[in-house]
Design a protein around this ligand. Sequence first.
Ligand SMILES: [Zn+2]
Length: 91
Amino acid sequence: MILTCPSCQTRYNVNPDAMSPSGRVVRCAKCGHQWIEQPPRDMPLSVDLPAAVPLPPPQLTPHLREIRHATHAETGSRLLQDFFRRLRAKN
Ligand SMILES: [Zn+2]
């Protein structure tokens, strides 16, 4: 962006990144005039973005199958436990 000294009209090429959204005090190197330069209206405002969320793994199917297997195994062992418990109760 280009700044123009309001006192002596000297123009300066300034990196917009050096500007803060609330304006910045700049000093003319030629005449020493100081003024507060407001950032351009189209300057992008810095926004606090939430932390990046990790994406789920692209292949969900094998993972889901594993869970289903685990659930089946768990159910099976629970049935076995019940079976043995009933056996023990009978004796
Ligand atoms: Zn000046």
